[in-house]
Design a protein around this ligand. Sequence first.
Ligand code: BMP
Length: 222
Amino acid sequence: MQVEFMKELILALDLLDREEAVNIALDTSDFVDRIKVNYPLVLSVGIDVVKELSKINPVIADFKIADIPYISSKIAEIAFKNGASAVIVHGFVGRDTVKAVLNVAKEYSGEVYVVSELSSEGAEEFMIKHSIEIVKLAKELGCHGVIAPATRIDRLIRIREVAEGLKVFCPGIGFQGGSLEAIKYSDGIIVGRAIYLATNPRDEAMKLKKIISDYDVRSNSL
Ligand code: BMP
């Protein structure tokens, strides 16, 4: 029986230099499913880097959009116009903003991912209290997925249950100390520094993709 590999490796390309970013994207592209760009890269080298990277792999524009609907939809529009295939929005801002971003995404056949609770410790102060409601909102509005922490597996499991039918992508593996076990409970992992700061980013991406594929084989044989 043929095994389908579903779980993804998403490269968080948080570099400040365009050439270095593009070179690492090219070098790791055989093992990476998507590239996630964030403010450090875009604010350093310009939004058009999204277009360039999207020729290598689909790009998720992680601008963690969290503004009034009017501004949020403008940010999403700029991301999609520049070749992003998905954007990340914050859910704590409420349904009007998430809806506005979804409406823009529809025009571009793009995807919208919603942050449930950040992988960092500070999420325990405020976000954790509302993250399940945020996931429910993402589901109700028809978003494509949520971002959930690899640093708190118990929370990830709970979020996964509530997010049934949505994709769950997990940052936090590597420098943030998150567990590889997150692969089991997610549709993909988001990894930055552990790849782009490695002596050999290609080897690191290959290793991670192999671990992910092994989880895929296991879940297919259950
Ligand atoms: P790193 O693997 O270097 O820790 O990078 C993680 C990436 O995932 C960063 O781009 C960060 O913005 C993002 N991220 C995160 O770390 N935690 C979250 O909860 C949500 C994120 O998007």
